[in-house]
Structure formats: structure tokens, C-alpha cells
Design a binder for this molecule. Structure first.
Ligand SMILES: [Zn+2]
Length: 435
């Protein structure tokens, strides 16, 4: 059935403009009319008076298995956080835990206005764990880039042949669905040169992204320098795995030469400002990189280091952090931040244009900005970045499917899911001897 979004402020996140109007989404899930028009009587009406209507936010990097880890890693440095909390819990998670944590994380993402995301899948303990994560994404239905996270060095590492076989198997399972499986080396200091090159060749053959954490902390860069005398991006370039296919997550500690390498290669940077602050990893040089034309998308990172998935909240953090990093209040404007979250985000997960144009697939959110928090609104871009948060998201539509209507996720009993997850998370903590 067609969907009629009635009476909002339509935002063009590509050009940074806005105008009052309605949107009609056809039964095929594509934008059929914009502005003023006569909607068919059969259309489902979504009221959007007082709302900003725009392409939804894209969470370009997260680990939803960490939904059960919220608050458990507070106030720790990255390596202590990984060893003391994350790796212990990951080892104790069952496939059912992974499924439930992922599902709750998906509900959180979509209610906060996320229309697509990248899962950097960490729970590769067994094929059953990977199947459970993938099943949650397949069932939920949001467009997803599923980066298979692997390490072939250190404790619990997988063999290269095993890594490739798993990626091939998961790719076959997801074929033709809303999920695209891609290659996701987990951390540079636990990945061998050979595995990097072999899996990059696979990403080339499949024409999918090569998505990896890199240059997140000074300590990690130090580990790589001790191993081979190179910094992270230098190493990627030397191996021949730095290209427009490469997605560098974090990129906090980059030398000037590495910034030039990124720019020349066309690689994307996935900026996770909240996580970088939470773990005191540092301040990525986002404004200078954006100025050089490096494509930058935004990610919440896992709830173990955030602790939420609220991408609207994250927009404000990204804007403020850029001001402090440059000591320049004009470093990045709300239009720039929304461009990263919507336009670059959509490109990072392999979706078509984020333009609000006739014929484009609808991936739209309606965010209430006539609230005590945001009113009076003089500029909806400012309201979205500086005052709105996830609780203001009223409707979320992807294609011809309404995921959120009047703030309620459709087709999920959220109260029952929270109860089930709470019980499962307590049992997990007991197994991991953290409770
Ligand atoms: Zn991450």
C-alpha cells in the first residue's frame, strides 16, 4: 500500500536546504511524489506535522552483540576494557545470547532513526554464533553490511582457510537478502600480512568493502611499529589493501603522511566520536580530513563503549568534538554532520543515493522537532544536530515497510524482548564470573 507522510519539513541532506511538504511512497517502496499532491485514498497516512522528514541516519560501525555489555566496561582504557570485560563476555556468550543482543540492538537503532547499519561481527567463536547474529539481521530486515571480523594471530585466532570458508558460507546464506557480507579484519596487530592480502583479494572479487579498526589508540599504533616499523595506514598502503574499498574505523592516530595516503586512496573513514571519548582513545582530525575530501561516515560503535546506539545524540557529540579538536567553532556545521550521517553513511553500506528525489528508494525518518527540547525551530538542521535525540523519532520507513510508527517498533513485542534479554544477560555475567 502507498504511504503518505503528511505535513512535515522536508530536508535535502545533500544540498542542505529545506521546504514544507508531503511525501508519497509508492507500493514499490520508491518516492512517488513530493510537495503538494493528491494522495490516493488507499494510502496509509503518517502524520508528520512539526517533524523534520529526511533520509534516515546510517550507523556505519557497530557490534550489536555488545548490547548485553552496556555499562560493564565503564572507565577503562581500551586494552584493559578488551581484556577485562569484552573478551571474557564474548567467550561466554551462547548463540542465543548473540541473537537476542543483536535483536535488542536493532530495535534500539531503528527507534533512534537508523535506516541502515554496518555490523562488525566479533562473535566468531563458532559457526553457530555467526549464524545467530546473521539470523537477527535477516529477520529484522534493515539494510545491513555484515563485516565478518577475524583475527589470525594471538589467542583464539582462526586459521586463514577457516576465515575464508566462514565468509563464503555466510555470504551464501545471505545471498539475495537485505544483508551484504563483507570482509572485516578486527584489529591490525592481530592480523597477519598474508591474511590481510588474501582477504582483500576476496573483497575485490566480491566487490564488497574491506572494513577494519585502525589507528584507534596510540598503544595500538605502537604495537604495529614494534612489529614492523610501520604505522597502521602506512602498513595498509604497503600491503596494497588501501583503496576506495577500504573503510578505516576510528583513524584517531594518523600522521600527516597517513592523512595524505587516505586522501589519495579514496578510502573511507568511519568516525566513532562517542566511543573515542568513552575509551579516551583521542580526537580524530575529522574537520581537516573532511576538508581534504576524505569520505567520512559516522558510527556508534558497540554499546560496550558508548553505551547507547542513539545516532541523533551522536551528531551533537561529533559536532562539538570537532570544535574542540580544532579550537574553531566553525569547524563543522550541522549540515556537514548530517551529510556524513546520511549521505556518506548510505554510500558506506552500499546503498543508492540518499537524495530525497522521485524514484529513489524511501529510507525516511520523521523526527519531532516541535518539542520543549527543540522549539522554537529557526533551522531544522541545527535542531536535529544540537537539540533532538532518539526519543524524538516518530516514524521510520524503509522501502514500503513501516519499521516505526508513532514511536512504536512494528512487529516486535519490545517489553517481552527486554525481559528476555535482561534474564539472558544476567546468566551470561554469571557464566563469565563477572557477577
Ligand atoms: Zn568497533
Amino acid at each position: 500500500m502507498p504511504i503518505w507522510i503528511r505535513g512535515g519539513t522536508l530536508l535535502d541532506v545533500i544540498n542542505g536546504t529545506f521546504a514544507e511538504g508531503d511525501v508519497l511512497i509508492g507500493a514499490d517502496g520508491k518516492i512517488a511524489a513530493l510537495g503538494t499532491f493528491a494522495a490516493p485514498e488507499s494510502a496509509i497516512v503518517l502524520e508528520a506535522h512539526g517533524c523534520a522528514v529526511l533520509h534516515g541516519l546510517v550507523n556505519a560501525h557497530t557490534h550489536l552483540s555488545q548490547t548485553f555489555m552496556r555499562g560493564l566496561g565503564d572507565d577503562k582504557k581500551l586494552l584493559d576494557w578488551l581484556k577485562g570485560v569484552v573478551w571474557k563476555l564474548q567467550a561466554a556468550m551462547t548463540p542465543e545470547d548473540v541473537y537476542l543482543a543483536t535483536l535488542l540492538g536493532l530495535v534500539e537503532n531503528v527507534t533512534c532513526g537508523v535506516v541502515a547499519l554496518t555490523e562488525h561481527h566479533k562473535l566468531v567463536n563458532s559457526p553457530a554464533h555467526s549464524d545467530a547474529a546473521l539470523r537477527a539481521y535477516l529477520e529484522f530486515g534493515l539494510p545491513t553490511l555484515f563485516a565478518y571480523g577475524w583475527n589470525d594471530l594471538g589467542d583464539g585466532a582462526l586459521q586463514l582457510d577457516q576465515i575464508i570458508a566462514e565468509m563464503e558460507r555466510l555470504r551464501a546464506t545471505a545471498h539475495g537478502s537485505n544483508v551484504q557480507v563483507c570482509v572485516g579484519p578486527m584489529v591490525p596487530w592481530r592480523c597477519s600480512d598474508e591474511a590481510m592480502q588474501r582477504t582483500f583479494a576476496l573483497a575485490e572479487a566480491w566487490q564488497v568493502p574491506f572494513h577494519l579498526h585502525a589507528a584507534e589508540t596510540q598503544d595500538e599504533v605502537g604495537l604495529m611499529i614494534a612489529r614492523n616499523g610501520m604505522r597502521h595506514i602506512e602498513w595498509l598502503a604497503r600491503l596494497g589493501v588501501l583503496s576506495a574499498r577500504t573503510q578505516v574505523v576510528h583513524g584517531v592516530w594518523l600522521s600527516d603522511d597517513e592523512m595524505r595516503l587516505l586522501q589519495k586512496s579514496g578510502a573511507r573513514l568511519i568516525h566513532c566520536p562517542t566511543s573515542n571519548m568513552y575509551l579516551a582513545s583521542g580526537m580524530a582530525k575529522i574537520a581537516p580530513l573532511f576538508g581534504r575530501g576524505v569520505p567520512i561516515a559516522l558510527g556508534a560503535d558497540g554499546s560496550g563503549s558508548n553505551n547507547s546506539q542513539d545516532m541523533l545524540e551522536l551528531l551533537k557529540i561529533a559536532a562539538l568534538l570537532a570544535k574542540i579538536e580544532t579550537m574553531d567553532a566553525t569547524a563543522l556545521l550541522p549540515r556537514h554532520i548530517l551529510y556524513m550521517a546520511c549521505v556518506e553513511g548510505a554510500a558506506a553500506v552500499g546503498l543508492s543515493s540518499a537524495a530525497l528525489s522521485l524514484g529513489n528508494v524511501a529510507r525516511l525518518i520523521c523526527v519531532d522537532i516541535q518539542t520543549p527540547r527543540s522549539a522554537p525551530v529557526h533551522d531544522p538542521f541545527s535542531a536535529l544536530v544540537y537539540t533532538a535525540n532518539g526519543a524524538d523519532v516518530r516514524h521510520v520507513i524503509v522501502g514500503n515497510r513501516i519499521f516505526v510508527r508513532e514511536r512504536a517498533v512494528q512487529g516486535v513485542d519490545v517489553a517481552a524482548l527486554i525481559a528476555e534479554c535482561t534474564q539472558a544477560a544476567k546468566a551470561l555475567l554469571r557464566r563469565a564470573e563477572l557477577l
